[in-house]
Design a protein around this ligand. Structure first.
Ligand code: T4K
Length: 393
């Protein structure tokens, strides 16, 4: 008989997978090489504080991003905190609400007021027109997010920033290896940050980096990530400990050696999703825009529940029961999160319809090396079944 709702695990069927399939399962491409690097670091007796593996990792990232300077850090969040401070931002900083909360926390944690701008629901990135409307005499900068690896509308944002004397920084946590019109992410803003958290397609257990082509900014970031030390260990500025360690760099370097094949694997999985979900009413996969290159680390499905009859959250429950650990990246918008919703100074003068719409519709599906193309085909079958025989039917 044709599969029906009773085959769904939520209604008593057997789960489609006997192990959880995650969105962010770490890619670990070459354990031997990783262990060799770690052995070498242990033998050297140099474990952190600008060690040779960190310097090599930074060099590879410079080549990849085209930025003149890359400074590795202990996390993407630490990178952003150091960058906004080193760039001298203060007062109000315009940022999308539709982002991982770390973007907004980093600003707030550094004593700035995040002002939430809307996104263009088509791209998921900052709407430059809305940014312009939010500028006040207290605004010092814009922090865009290259969301899901999709570069921001950088030319329009650059114009807004330059016309108003604002810094333009990017949270590129999702976007290593992405590019627009041949310009790699990392070279688009005054400064940009990357994340190498375990769940990122290139990971360093935990880690991050600041990329910039401004030598003075790079020097300040370099000092601030290391207690403010300058040459001769003289303390020249305020600082923190945001350094990357050698074990993290060993992991990051080893993964970077395989970046092309990891991206190719991501693309292959994306193509399987595209074929597997084709023609399913009310379901759309997000694709890169014209002139854009994406690392395809996130496969983003958008659900129009008016068409499917099954809401995004219902589908998520159905998928989780099947061991398909899809994620609501990112819901809700940060302006609805308790510490920001309750703060009067982040009072939102304008509604954020693009953010509200997208946050209710998106679901990020498992991908990466730990998920095989055959797994993807099976996931697509389950999504089809859930949407055609699920609770709405
Ligand atoms: N800006 C943006 C736009 C970001 O997305 C992020 C981080 C940042 C800034 C900050 O960068 P970091 O300071 O983190 O370097 C995860 C990551 O923890 C976070 O790094 C990432 N974005 C975000 C997109 O994803 P959660 O809260 O979803 O984590 P968690 O623990 O729920 O894990 C997600 C999935 O990954 C689960 O299904 C389990 C799986 N997983 C997780 C870990 C840690 C694994 O399979 N293996 C693992 O080792 O944030």
């Amino acid at each position: 008989t044709a599969p029906g709702s009773r085959d769904l695990a939520l209604f008593g069927g057997r789960p489609a997978f006997d192990r959880p399939l995650h969105v962010g399962s770490p890619n670990i491409p070459d354990r031997k090489r990783l262990f060799r690097r770690i052995e070498e670091a242990l033998d050297r007796g140099w474990l952190t504080n600008n060690g040779p593996l960190v310097r090599e990792f930074e060099e590879r990232l410079r080549e990849l991003t085209g930025a003149a300077h890359v400074l590795a850090t202990s996390s993407g969040t630490a990178a952003l905190e150091v960058l906004v401070r080193a760039r001298g931002l203060s007062g109000e900083v315009i940022v999308p609400s539709f982002t991982y909360v770390a973007t907004v926390h980093a600003l707030q944690w550094q004593g700035m007021t995040p002002v939430f701008a809307d996104i263009d629901p088509d791209t998921g990135t900052l709407d430059p027109g809305h940014v312009e409307q939010l500028i006040t005499p207290r605004t010092s900068g814009i922090v865009g997010v290259h969301f899901w690896g999709r570069p921001c509308r950088t030319d329009a944002l650059r114009r807004v920033a330059d016309e108003n004397g604002l810094a333009l920084l990017y949270d590129a946590a999702h976007a290593l290896g992405s590019a627009v019109d041949g310009r790699p992410v990392g070279s688009l803003g005054d400064g940009e940050i990357f994340s190498f958290h375990a769940t990122k397609f290139i990971n360093a257990f935990e880690g991050g980096a600041v990329a910039t082509s401004d030598p003075a900014l790079a020097e300040t970031v370099d000092r601030m990530r290391n207690f403010g030390f300058g040459p001769g260990r003289e303390v020249l500025t305020h600082g923190t400990n945001a350094k990357m360690n050698e074990i993290s760099a060993a992991m990051g370097l080893t993964a970077l050696e395989h970046i092309d094949e990891i991206i190719a694997a991501n693309v292959l999985r994306f193509e399987h999703y595209r074929a597997g979900l084709a023609g399913l009413p009310g379901v759309r996969l997000r694709t890169p825009g014209a002139g854009e290159r994406s690392n395809h680390q996130y496969v983003v499905m958008e659900i129009d529940s008016a068409v499917t009859g099954t809401g995004r959250d219902q589908l998520l429950r159905l998928l989780h029961a099947e061991n398909i650990v899809a994620q609501k990246y990112f819901h809700p918008g940060c302006h609805r999160m308790r510490p920001y919703a309750l703060r009067s100074e982040t009072h939102q003068p304008l509604p954020l319809p693009g953010t509200e719409q997208l946050a209710e519709r998106v679901l990020v599906l498992p991908s990466g090396l730990a998920v095989t193309p055959a797994d993807v085909d099976r996931i697509c079958e389950v999504v089809r079944l859930a949407l055609t025989a699920g609770p709405a039917h």
